[in-house]
Design a protein around this ligand. Structure first.
Ligand code: GDP
Length: 308
């Protein structure tokens, strides 16, 4: 199946949860009786390990035969490595901005990381139903922000959507039809490249870790190459290539709507979770036993921005 992996970057309250719920709804994946607590983006089955806060949650939906994985990112500065690993799972970002407030300084850090990784932003100006909206100025502010963060020409030539997540619409034209999120889906499919798939045997860079009472350690990341199936023997490599452990995959899971479900096979490009390993952790490469080198973490410049 064709896939797109994206992240949404938004300041708190600019409407990320609302937008994701509406996207799920319009893909027929939102159950009306679903309690708010069940929402994937709000789930709290998270553990802290080695002082690393685990942030990425994934919501996945299908639109016109395309699987779209939406990765949550913190809207604020956090541990640099974590944000970077999360952004490594995606090929594009939606910068969601409140049409009255404009881009907030707290999102600068994550936006700058995305730009440095070469991701092309889509700007979605939300809440234009608000009487105090100032979408034109906010658009200029986004441009200035990206320019100040050394965005390249392509990144500065970003596509724009205007809309109201709360009312379930986004459009390339603020005066256009206010009836669906279709333009957002179209834009993601058109402007975000399909995930890059490398040659060779199974490799996955573990991005997040969770503890589950039944399954034990659950590692989540994007499959960079090959495929992963239950019962497969894999190796975990630390960043320096040393072997952390060799073990057997017990379960392979993928995100489907708001839930995580067991699948028979995790394929290159998809974001999947695996269980069965005892010691492997975030930033380790989980791979076929024949692989010798860890996935390059591609270190980028340390943050030079103030973290206000
Ligand atoms: P998050 O913190 O980014 O996940 O933001 P939420 O999705 O929780 O939204 C924060 C608040 O903004 C909630 O009260 C939403 O109902 C409201 N909101 C979201 N989208 C819109 C919109 O398009 N227009 C207006 N007026 N309010 C919105």
């Amino acid at each position: 199946m064709t896939m797109r992996n994206i992240a949404i970057i938004a300041h708190v309250d600019h409407g990320k949860t609302t937008l994701i719920d509406e996207l799920l709804k319009s893909s027929g994946m939102f159950r009306d009786n679903q309690k708010t607590e069940d929402r994937m983006m709000d789930s709290n089955d998270i553990e802290r390990e080695r002082g690393i806060t685990i942030l990425a949650k994934v919501t996945s939906l299908e639109h016109d035969g395309v699987r779209i994985n939406i990765v949550d990112t913190p809207g604020h500065a956090d541990f640099g490595g974590e944000v970077e690993r999360i952004l490594h799972m995606v090929d594009g970002v939606i910068v969601l901005v409140d049409a009255a407030e404009g881009p907030m300084p707290q999102t600068k850090f994550v936006v700058s990381k995305a730009l440095k990784l070469g991701l092309r932003p889509i700007v979605a100006i939300n809440k234009i139903d608000k009487p105090e909206q100032r979408a034109d100025e906010v658009l200029d502010e986004c441009f200035d922000l990206f320019a100040n963060l050394d965005a390249n020409e392509d990144q500065l030539d970003f596509p724009v959507l205007y809309g109201s997540a709360k009312n379930g619409w986004m459009s390339t034209d603020p005066e256009g039809p206010k009836d669906s999120l279709e333009p957002l889906f179209e834009m993601v499919i058109k402007h975000v490249p399909a995930p890059t798939v490398e040659e060779g045997e199974f490799r996955l860079l573990a991005t997040t870790i969770q503890a589950d009472n039944f399954l034990g350690r659950i590692l989540t990341g994007r499959v960079i190459a090959g495929e992963v199936t239950p019962n497969m023997t894999v190796k975990a490599l630390a960043r320096d290539g040393s072997i952390v452990e060799t073990g057997r995959i017990s379960k392979v899971m993928a995100f489907r709507g708001l839930e995580r479900t067991t699948i028979e096979k995790g394929v290159a490009g998809d974001i999947v979770s695996i269980s069965g390993l005892q010691k492997a952790t975030v930033a380790d490469t989980i791979c076929h036993p024949s692989i010798k080198d860890a996935v390059a973490a591609q270190p980028i410049d340390p943050p030079t921005l103030s973290m206000t």
